[in-house]
Design a binder for this molecule. Structure first.
Ligand code: BTN
Length: 251
């Protein structure tokens, strides 16, 4: 079923939102809305994105009718900023639990995986006034029925409906996701949010290869700290603290 503004107005009750059948990126719209003073929890939703953005400048594909693409505006304290990513990935993981998925994990830092394949990505983008944090736009894309057959992503990406053998309404998925986000917002900045996120990570103890801004690191994914940084024990005995990067399993 297509998403529509009247249907979303009914389901989202008093939450401020904008819905676009087609947009370049919900992130861009939400970033401007934040700068214009959007209220906390305001959300931008699109059926299709023409220039969806992923981490590290990558493209995020959102074909029409088959995915959930949202950007939610939040105003965390600056000390809790690093937990916004955790909140996003955890909210998605818990929403998917609620659909009966049994093998949901988080691949550091913020890819939500089902059966070891990426089902969702999270993109937090902060807005600053000098050194003052104005707010954050938390972007989330979930593959609902994106068909990856015969594409370069077939080996690594997956969608909810074919994976779980169910049909779901994107509007209801959105409502469930927003409820999980609201519940986790109360925990933002706490050890409980960190622990719940950490318990879902599927790479701790694994041999990994990490590409970060300083190059390649090979070693064991030993731990994550409360800011979400990954601690890698390299083969030469050194401990690396990495705040952003891409991981591949194996050496
Ligand atoms: C990633 O895994 O690289 C993050 C992907 C984030 C995609 C979402 S879809 C909604 C929002 N709008 C965008 O342009 N990107 C995010």
């Amino acid at each position: 079923m297509s998403l529509t503004t009247p249907q979303l107005r009914q389901l989202l009750t008093s939450r401020p939102f904008h819905f676009f059948p087609r947009i370049d990126s919900t992130q861009n719209y939400a970033l401007q809305w934040l700068r214009d003073g959007a209220p906390s929890g305001a959300v931008v939703i699109a059926d299709e994105q023409l220039m969806g953005r992923g981490r590290h400048g990558r493209t995020w594909h959102t074909p029409p009718g088959v995915a959930l693409a949202i950007s939610i505006i939040l105003y965390p304290k600056v000390e809790a900023l690093s937990q916004v990513t955790m909140l996003g990935a955890l909210a998605i993981a818990e929403t998917l639990d609620g659909l009966g998925a049994t093998d949901i994990g988080i691949k550091w830092p913020n890819d939500v995986q089902l059966n070891g394949k990426k089902i969702s990505g999270v993109l937090p983008e902060a807005v600053w006034d000098g050194d003052q944090l104005r707010g954050v736009v938390l972007g989330m894309g979930i593959n609902v029925r994106v068909d990856f057959t015969d594409t370069e992503l077939e080996r690594t990406a997956i969608s909810i409906e074919p994976a779980l053998g169910i049909k779901i309404s994107r509007a209801e998925l959105l409502v469930a996701l927003l409820a999980h986000i609201d519940a986790l917002l109360i925990l933002l900045g706490t050890g409980e949010l960190y622990n719940r996120w950490k318990s879902r990570l599927n790479i701790l103890g694994e041999s990994i290869t990490m590409m970060d801004v300083n190059g390649l690191i090979k070693g064991t994914a030993e731990d994550v700290d409360p800011q979400g940084a990954l601690l890698i024990h390299a083969a030469d005995g050194t401990l690396h603290r990495v705040v952003a990067g891409d991981i591949a399993l194996g050496e």
